[in-house]
Design a protein around this ligand. Structure first.
Ligand SMILES: *Cc1c(COP(=O)(O)O)cnc(C)c1O
Length: 339
């Protein structure tokens, strides 16, 4: 199917403020004396403080409503931006939401957890393993399956959304974002060489890779991973791209892992453990651009970008779009790193 036809057939539910701004980060560009850097402000999608997940949810919620589900079930970390945006999307459409958050209930509610409480979610604190999380991603639902049964028993219709909205329907969000970005760049007569994005589940990068190919853009996506995985992320992202091509029968060639670039050099000790360079990058960008990044994703991605520029990875005459995927709400739960 042609991508244009797909977007005419598969209508999204509006949840985000689009298009998000594309702004030239002049001070950061000057400071680093490297390529020109632009920020794509997907932190400004707006839904309960926004972030990249809102774009995926515009398509996933369309499917939820089409299936007439009335209870959404999903999983995430204690400070999951995904959980918060999904909760807001559910509430906006009058649906119940059950969140399974990975960990013990903290004494104090902060950041995303605070917002999830305000949003009136049914929150279940349950530590789960990486293996269980991977099985969830594969659709086996060891965590959410039991809850879905419970929901059905009382006569409701559950809808399980995988972690991060990482599936073919969710991928449409970033295919659409590339279309939006292409238009903005054409208006400003700018050609970009790279899109830099933090990589969690890899769904965002998969959508970008698909979008770049479908809209025939001569731009590379450069992912910066913020967590370690059992399988290489480039493999998972290529698989996800191919699944999406198959699911929607898109007119698009197959993806292979060696075409997908994911850097693992800026993770530090692990997921959600801030590195010194990450904290430094957050402070730098805040103090010269007035833009707030986050400790889990965009701070690490920015630390990577700054280091890669210093190492001469990008040419001075190149243009880079740094995708600001949001997440700054979680900073309130990481306050001790900023004292
Ligand atoms: C989820 C998230 C990401 C990563 O997106 P994936 O599609 O899971 O790779 C990046 N930044 C922020 C702020 C996020 O919440």
């Amino acid at each position: 199917m042609d991508i244009k036809v797909l977007f005419e057939k598969f209508k999204k539910i509006p949840l985000a403020f689009l298009p998000t701004p594309l702004e030239y980060a002049e001070n950061l560009t000057k400071l680093l004396k490297g390529p020109r850097i632009f920020f794509k402000r997907d932190d400004c999608t707006g839904l309960a403080f926004g972030g990249n997940k809102t774009r995926k949810l515009e398509y996933i919620m369309a499917d939820v409503l089409e299936k007439q589900a009335d209870v959404i079930i999903t999983i995430g970390g204690l400070q999951s931006n995904w959980a918060r945006q999904t909760a807001a999307a559910a509430k906006k459409h009058g649906l119940k939401i059950i969140l399974v958050l990975n960990g013990k209930e903290p004494e104090e509610y902060q950041g995303n957890l605070l917002l999830n409480s305000i949003l009136g979610c049914d929150i279940r604190f349950k530590p789960y393993t990486d293996e269980e999380e991977q099985r969830e991603e594969a659709g086996e639902t060891p965590i959410t399956g039991g809850i879905a049964k419970e929901v059905k028993k009382i006569g409701n219709i559950p809808y399980i959304i995988p972690l991060g909205g990482c599936n073919p329907i969710g991928n449409l969000g970033y295919i659409n974002a590339v279309k939006e970005l292409k238009k903005q760049l054409e208006k400003k007569s700018i050609n970009i060489n790279y899109i830099i994005s933090a990589v969690g589940t890899g769904g965002t990068q998969a959508g970008i890779e698909l979008g770049l190919r479908l809209y025939e853009m001569n731009t590379k996506c450069y992912g910066i991973s913020i967590s370690r995985h059992i399988k290489p992320k480039s493999q998972e992202i290529a698989d996800l791209c191919n699944q999406t091509v198959k699911y929607f029968e898109l007119e698009c060639s197959q993806f292979s892992p060696d075409e997908i670039v994911v850097n693992y050099d800026y993770i530090g000790k692990g997921y959600a453990i801030p590195t010194n360079k990450c904290i430094e990058a957050i402070r730098t960008v805040a103090q010269i651009e007035g833009v707030i990044l986050d400790t889990v994703y965009t701070g690490k991605a920015m630390a990577g970008l700054i280091d890669l520029i210093k190492k001469g990875k990008f040419k001075k005459n190149e243009n880079i779009v740094f995708l600001h995927t949001g997440g700054e709400i979680a900073n309130f739960a990481y306050n001790k790193f900023f004292k």
